[in-house]
Structure formats: C-alpha cells, structure tokens
Write a protein that binds this ligand. Structure first.
Ligand code: ATP
Length: 365
C-alpha cells in the first residue's frame, strides 16, 4: 500500500453527515492508505459544545493533507456562528481557488436531449477570497445596507493564473473571463488583469462575456465555454444555471485550493428539508472526494471514482429521487463502491461514453 495520507473529515450540519459518510465509504474502498481525522464542526457542534470550530478540529485540519467538508448552517444557531468554519477554511487558510467541474452524466432511458445539453462538461474557477466574499460584508443601518467589493491585483492575478494552470493541466482549450466590466470598475480591473496574463498565450484561447449574457448562453449553448474564470458572486450564479442542466445540486462537486491547504465539498448546502431521511444524493460529495484524490496526485483512483459514478448514473438503477430514482443515500454509496470494483477488475470498460459502457447507445437528438 502506497502513500499514507491524512484527511480531516468535517461532516457538519443538515445532510452533511449523511453524504460525507458515503464519500468516506468510497475513500475506504480505494487502494490508498488514508488516515481519517473525524472532526466536530458547525451549528450542531456549537449546540453540543458551544463552539462551531473546536481547537482540536482546527488542529486536525492543520495536520491533514486535505479536508473533506459536508455543509454548515443551522436553523437554531445565528448565521454567523457556523459561518466561522467557512471563514477559517477559506480565509485563514487562504483556499482562494474554488474549482467547480460541472459535467452532465447521461442516464439510460432518459428522454432524448439536444446535443448541447447532453454533453455539458465545463469548469468554473471562482475566486474564493476576494470580491464580496466573507470579510468584506458591509454595514447595515436602519435605512441602508452596503457591501464593499474588493478586487486586488494580487488576488486577480493568482485566480486567473490558477485557471490557466488548471486549463493546461486538464487539456482544456479556452478560458472565458466573465464579469460586468461595462459598468463596474472592479470588474474592468479584473478583465485588464486577465488580458495582460493571457495576451499572446500560445495555447489557450481567450473569451469574454458579461455575466448576464454568460448566464443566457450557459442555459442554451454551454459548449461555447470550457473554463470560466470569474469573481466570487458571478461564479455562484453561473454555477446555479449549469447545475440546473446537469441533474441538480446533488451532482455538483467542488474543490477550494490554496498554495498549501485545500478542502473539498459538494456545492450544495445543508438541505435541512431532507436531512436525516436518508434520501440525499451523495454523488456530489463522492465526486468531491474524487477531486481530493486528484489534488493528492492520485489521478488513477480519482478516475476510478468518476468512472464508477458515470456507470452508476448511466445504468439508472440505483439513484436518489432528485435523479428520478427511489434509492437511499447509503444504497447509492454502496453501489458506487461496487462499480469501483468492476472498473478496477476491468469488467466495465469505460469508453468515451458511459451509456455505451452499459449497452445503451441511445444518444437522443
Ligand atoms: P444552505 O442554507 O446550507 O445553503 P439550503 O437548503 O438553503 O442550504 P441547499 O442545501 O443548496 O440549500 O439545497 C437547496 C435544495 O436542494 C434543498 O432544499 C434540497 O431539497 C435540495 N438538495 C440539496 N442538496 C441535495 C442533495 N445532495 N440531494 C438531494 N437534494 C438536495
């Protein structure tokens, strides 16, 4: 067994613990030697111990090679208390690059879809540290609410450079800068940095869009995008548009990466409406664990997880209700583990298209 890793596991609140335990199941099913450091965090931790981020959890995150997060937020705890967890992970540890690979996994027997919708596979690189993020939220008076937005040369350069590095490493061809540079000075600045960094780049094609047009295009011809780099808030909005086309938040993983720290979490939040019922879709959390293995340099194991998820969705037999199935959270996790084994044993050869792998080449219009 190679490489011993330490991973801090922070399940948190709402559906966080349910989906995270399926991601852990999948990590346990890899060939890797991973020591898991289980940590108590979030609103539930605050209710139990009066601290949403106990010192031992902070210590575990420091000690770990990577962190796996569920979700934080609790109806009975003031908003800014569980939020301290995010501030710590994102800002104290400077996990500035939020990577959101958004891909549509086709399912056997689903209604035919137009090609543009069928083949969605793009990445949003969102700034996690600047813009309207966390520390800049503004003042509130009886008759006024404001937020301060800051984009610095340092911050813009590093997120755009990260997007460029990501695109090259993942064989992506084009980067589009999405902003509101026709009326916001901070975005004009962001775009000027983008221009300077990509000017005369030999490999990467450049694209530009204003956020409203980008949202429209993502809803109708997403193939125009490959990698999008954008300040924080636009990244959220654009992700939501794409997520609506790929099966919902249960299919959207993310990575938050800094120079010496990284955590991985599904894009969805606590979803208290379905918490504790065993019906949440764990695939976003499982795919986030896959992103974590890629970050740790375990590309092959990461690929096995992604292929297993692709096969599971393509077969369409073990899915949660958000994807039209009737299986529970744990059953989906178990099935992903079975599929990982089949992929490793070579029983299933994942060709370019998971539908072909499950004998259903029906690709729609
Ligand atoms: P938060 O306030 O923590 O962001 P939220 O409930 O407002 O949480 P999300 O967690 O993103 O926002 O969820 C929005 C809705 O999507 C939920 O009400 C839930 O019904 C659904 N949902 C979210 N995650 C999942 C999941 N993994 N599986 C199935 N449905 C989900």
């Amino acid at each position: 067994m190679a490489n011993k890793y330490k991973v801090a596991v922070l399940p948190g609140d709402g559906i966080g613990p349910e989906v995270t335990s399926e991601a852990v199941k999948v990590l346990d099913a890899t060939e890797l030697d991973i020591e898991l450091l289980h940590c108590d965090i979030g609103g539930s931790a605050y209710l139990r111990n009066g601290d949403p981020l106990p010192p031992e959890s902070i210590e575990a995150c420091k000690e770990a090679d990577a962190v796996l997060l569920g979700a934080v937020g609790h109806d009975y705890v003031a908003y800014d208390i569980p939020r301290r967890v995010l501030i710590h992970l994102r800002l104290d540890n400077d996990a500035y690059a939020n990577i959101r690979p958004l891909k549509r996994y086709p399912r056997k027997g689903e209604p035919p879809r137009p090609k543009w919708e069928r083949d969605i596979d793009l990445v949003i690189v969102r700034d996690n540290a600047e813009g309207f993020s966390l520390q800049h939220s503004g003042m509130l008076a009886k008759t006024l609410g404001t937020d301060r937005r800051v984009i610095t040369q340092y911050g813009a350069q590093r997120i755009i450079r990260y997007a460029m590095k990501y695109a090259l490493q993942h064989n992506r061809k084009k980067i589009t800068c999405v902003d509101q540079s026709h009326w916001l000075y901070s975005d004009k600045f962001f775009r000027s940095v983008f221009d300077r960094l990509l000017e005369d780049h030999e490999t990467l094609e450049r694209g530009y869009q204003h956020v409203d047009v980008a949202a429209m295009m993502l809803a109708s011809r997403p193939e125009d995008f490959d990698v999008i780099v954008t300040p924080d808030i636009y990244g959220d909005i654009l992700s939501a548009v794409v997520i609506s086309k790929i099966g919902g938040v249960g299919m959207a993983p993310s990575a938050c990466i800094g120079d010496s720290f990284a955590y991985f979490e599904p894009i969805h939040g606590t979803a208290w409406d379905i918490a504790g019922k065993g019906v949440a879709n764990p695939l976003a959390s499982i795919l986030s664990a896959g992103l974590m293995l890629e970050y740790l340099g375990e590309d092959q194991e990461a690929r096995v997880i992604e292929d297993a998820v692709g096969i599971l969705v393509a077969e369409g037999e073990t899915l949660t209700s958000d994807l039209g199935g009737s299986s529970g959270t744990a059953a989906v996790g178990d099935r992903v583990v079975e599929k990982m084994q089949s992929v490793k044993d070579g029983e299933i050869l994942l060709l370019h298209d998971p539908l072909e792998a499950v004998g259903s080449p029906d690709r729609g219009a």
